[in-house]
Write a protein of this length. Sequence first.
Length: 174
Amino acid sequence: MQDVVLAMLAKEPSHGYHLRTWLRRALGPLGESMNAGQIYVTLARLERAGLVVRERTDGPQDRKVYALTPAGQQRVATWLTEVNWPKQDLAELHLKLAAVRAARLADPAELVAAHRRELLGRLQQAQRALMAEPDGSVAGLLLEGVALRLQADLRWLRACEQFWSKAENKAEDE
């Protein structure tokens, strides 16, 4: 959650309510269960860590606007290049893709391609290891599960590629 908030602040300084609204919209039905106070706790932690600062605003005094510090900008840049498969949380990758598009931080298709390359390499490793196992081995069963999970993740990434390709084409037409 912290990295997504930082990425959205890379677009422009914002207040917690706006960030929470964006997250809920980006997550769809999964965002409905998000605790309303979670964004404010996250912003406070980021501020204590020196990744964001509160800015003065002309609006209501209770509305705090946050902006990235240079350390926050560096963390966003690092987060965008991380590929954490096979432990990647799909919701996190989804939010990363949505954030980079909304904040124009990177090309979502390039992020998907990087994740796809990583997954393909891991799938090849799992398949080689599976072929080296004797039939009926317990390790073979585990390796088969790993390969199936990676294949499913690759299919999802293919769907992501198609979605972001259509979204980019639609944006160009407008």
